[in-house]
Write a protein that binds this ligand. Structure first.
Ligand SMILES: Cc1cc2nc3c(=O)[nH]c(=O)nc-3n(C[C@H](O)[C@H](O)[C@H](O)COP(=O)(O)O)c2cc1C
Length: 324
């Protein structure tokens, strides 16, 4: 079955698991889909457009996940994100994704990393909308599936913000995720949800609100304060991968004991999944620690966090987890 035949408008009130470079790979998304199917949509982290030539199909499919790619129901739940720059081979990449009938393509216009912006990619494309418009047009002309964009409110400042929303609407982008910070702000200041509200007011296409959803109830708050169509959670979803489940079950007050049980369950499943993929014990430890950093980032869990992060091997790490 061609996954595109399953594409439907994004339902209002949807909850997205954000793209997270180095984390939201196939193994991780597979686990999230299995443990917490309440996430309505998930994203692949970005695939960089080649500086020259084309990627073989094998590489394009691997980015999505070879096994997940076989399931059309999962394909339509998944945002396939690309990151590009004016000098990169965008048209070739997009045409190849079109040939593969990828149902949903997202353009990264928010990445703040110096190495990305240094090459004119990610959020640096927001500096000047004049050359950005034909780039968006080119993608739209070569991709007939759902085309969305994920933006920050600007590069150094917000002066292009409203014009950017209008331009993306005019050029046929069908869904816009707004992260309420400029590139200059990185993650330093709180995300400003007023930009999400403003985007909702001026955009004809649905807006997905993103930035600083840390607790389950922040999902409600973002919907209420901004009127956005859907929300996207990134670091908060690493802190509580079960957040969408809590949200759908109306569980807004998580007790510490309950949290520890959920963490134990998550890490046990995570380990089993990595081992199934024949990841080395060093790899298991590295990936588990990188998640523990987010999951235990609260004052009350500081001691436990330290214990986990200082574990010299995966055995010691999971011995601590088993005692939770
Ligand atoms: C480790 C990490 C990796 C990220 N990778 C991506 C990415 O590949 N693509 C993208 O659009 N945003 C990426 N982001 C940005 C997030 O998707 C999100 O927009 C941002 O963190 C704000 O949301 P939050 O406050 O819920 O974390 C990344 C963020 C972090 C912390």
């Amino acid at each position: 079955m061609n996954a595109r035949t399953l594409l439907k408008p994004i339902p209002k009130g949807s909850v997205f698991f954000a793209p997270l470079e180095g984390i939201t790979d196939e193994t991780f998304r597979k686990l999230i889909l299995r443990l917490y199917p309440e996430w309505d949509f998930l994203a692949c982290d970005f695939l960089r457009a080649p500086a020259a030539g084309r990627y073989p199909n094998k590489h394009l499919i691997k980015h999505f996940g070879k096994e997940l790619f076989l399931d059309p129901q999962i394909q339509v739940k998944t945002m396939y994100q690309i990151l590009t720059a004016y000098t990169a081979f965008t048209k070739e990449l997009v045409s190849d994704l079109e040939k593969l009938q990828i149902p949903w393509l997202d353009l990264n216009l928010g990445c703040p990393a110096a190495r990305v912006c240094g090459h004119g990619g990610g959020s640096s494309l927001l500096k000047d909308l004049k050359p950005l418009r034909p780039l968006i047009r080119e993608i739209r002309e070569n991709f007939t599936g759902r085309f969305s964009a994920k933006i920050r409110v600007g590069f150094n400042d917000d002066k292009n913000f409203e014009e950017c929303i209008h331009m993306l609407n005019e050029e046929g982008v069908e869904l816009i995720t707004v992260h309420g910070r400029t590139r200059e702000q990185l993650y330093k200041e709180p995300a400003n949800w007023k930009y999400i509200k403003r985007a909702v007011e001026i955009s004809k296409v649905p807006i997905v609100g993103n930035g600083d959803i840390w607790e389950t109830n922040d999902i409600n708050r973002m919907f209420e304060e901004t009127g956005c169509h859907a929300v996207m959670v990134a670091r908060g979803a690493l802190k509580s991968p079960w957040m969408a489940q809590d949200y759908r079950n109306g569980n807004f007050f998580e007790k510490e004991k309950e949290r520890l049980e959920k963490m134990k369950h998550f890490f046990t499943e995570f380990r089993a999944m990595l081992e199934e993929q024949n990841i080395t014990s060093r790899g298991v430890m590295k990936q588990s620690k990188s998640l523990a950093r987010y999951m235990l980032a609260t004052e009350s869990m500081e001691n436990l966090r330290r214990k986990l992060l200082l574990s010299p091997t995966d055995k010691e790490f999971f011995a601590v987890i088993e005692q939770l």
